[in-house]
Structure formats: C-alpha cells, structure tokens
Design a binder for this molecule. Structure first.
Ligand code: ATP
Length: 226
C-alpha cells in the first residue's frame, strides 16, 4: 500500500498476531496506510475486525508484532461501538464538552451547524439520554467531524442509521477523504462502500485472505467464491 518508513505513512502494522486465551484470532497482519488512503476492513462475523481496529487504536496490545502510528493522538478519531456520549448532557453540551477536551475554540453557531449537518438540529437542546441508537451514532459522527482528524477509525459506523443517515455518513466520509484524511473502516456493506475505499483487507480463517486494491476486490471474490 505504501513503502515502509515513508513520511506520508500514518499507520504501519508489522506481522501483527493476536490471541485471546491461547485462541488465535489472526496472524501476521502486515500493512501500511498512507495519507488520504481509505482501508476497508471486511470479513465474516468473528473474523477479528474489531480486535484489529482496537489494536490499531492502541486499545489492545497485540500478542505479536508492532503497530506504529504517524499522527499524534489528538489527530485521530474513533467512531464505533462506543459512542462516548454523556447521557446527562444535551447534544450541544456533548459537543461543547468534547471541544473543551481537545482545546478547540468553537462557537455555538458552529456546534449548531454541525448538528444540522448530521440531522440533529431539532435536538440540539435535548438530553442525549433520550436518543435512539441511530441518533447517538449521528451525534458521535458530529464529534468526529468536529475534530477534523487526520486518521479516522470507523467500526461499522452505520449501525442503527436509517438510509438517509447512511447517505450522509458516506458523503462525509467522501469529504474527509478529499481533505486528505486517512481511514480504517469496518464495513459489512461492501457493495455500497467499496467505491469509497482505496484498499481492502479481508480477514477470514484467522489470516488476511485479501489485502489489495479495492478495485480488484470484486474480481478476487468472484475467482475465490467469497
Ligand atoms: N475480550 C475478548 N475475550 C475473548 N475473546 C474475544 C474478546 N473479544 C473478541 N473475542 C473473540 O475474538 C474473535 C474476533 O472478535 P471480533 O469482535 O474482533 O470480530 P469481528 O470480525 O469484529 O466480528 P463482528 O463482525 O461480529 O463484529 C471472536 O471469536 C470473539 O469471540
């Protein structure tokens, strides 16, 4: 995907293997992600996608191998199973809180514009405790967009989202990619999402069954009956 030690390299995994209680999840994952590249991470349930994202973000230390990130932690963002939403705060207060955490100077109008972008304008002052799964996911997306990260981890970000929200999500992913952000994106909707990706890593049978250009993945699936 990129030459090793390239200064545009944002994430590099070298022979990463992981076990839970002696049970192998996957072995020997080696990849580099460059600036502005989108890696789609796919595979059947239980293949190890979330585990690999957790290793990439540093939440889990791999049993073997190394992970190097070329961006400071303040320039990475995660949208996935944990929404990081404070249920006792309104949508706007959540954004204000996160902005404070990252020392970002944002006006009330900017918060409201962000909430409008993710379709939550009418809920800015509502307590986040009352939000559905899809609404919480949209608020979490607003947090990610506010950070303008260089490296974004998306673990099934469309979970709980309706068709309109999924379209908005894909549009925002496209915009982030255009401004040069890199992404690792776990998806179960390959047909929909493949066109926004540069590379695909397909995990199956405890190894990388495919790692290569997204444009060649469909042919690979046909040839290998995936
Ligand atoms: N904390 C844990 N302790 C023990 N086993 C775990 C733990 N987390 C995950 N596993 C196991 O590791 C394997 C990979 O799980 P993981 O959640 O990474 O898969 P996934 O590809 O993300 O699955 P899905 O598509 O269902 O979300 C599974 O067999 C799972 O049961």
């Amino acid at each position: 995907m990129q030459e090793k030690n390239n200064q545009n390299m944002l994430l590099e995994l070298d022979r990463v293997s992981h076990f839970f209680d002696q049970r192998l999840v996957f072995k020997d994952i080696t990849l580099s992600l460059g600036k502005g590249q989108v890696l789609l991470l796919a595979g059947p349930n239980g293949a190890g996608k979330t585990t690999l994202v957790n290793i990439m973000t540093g939440l889990i230390r791999p049993v073997h191998g190394t992970v190097q990130a070329g961006v400071p932690s303040g320039k990475t963002a995660y949208l996935g199973h944990h929404t990081f939403i404070y249920p006792g705060l309104s949508a706007l207060e959540n954004l204000r809180f996160w902005a404070g955490m990252y020392s970002l100077d944002r006006s009330e109008k900017e918060f409201l514009d962000l909430l409008a972008l993710v379709g939550l304008k009418g809920f800015a002052y509502e307590n986040a405790r009352t939000f559905s799964r899809g609404m919480s996911q949209r608020l979490s997306l607003a947090r990610v967009l506010m950070l303008e990260p260089e490296l974004i981890f998306l673990d099934e970000p469309a979970t709980g989202m309706d068709a309109q929200s999924r379209r908005m999500l894909r549009e925002e992913i496209g915009k982030a990619r255009q401004r040069g952000a890199s992404m690792v994106w776990v998806s179960h909707s390959l047909e929909e999402d493949l066109d926004l990706a540069d590379f695909v890593l397909y995990l199956e049978n405890k190894k990388q069954a495919y790692l290569g250009p997204a444009k060649d993945f469909r042919d690979h699936c046909r040839e290998n009956q995936l």
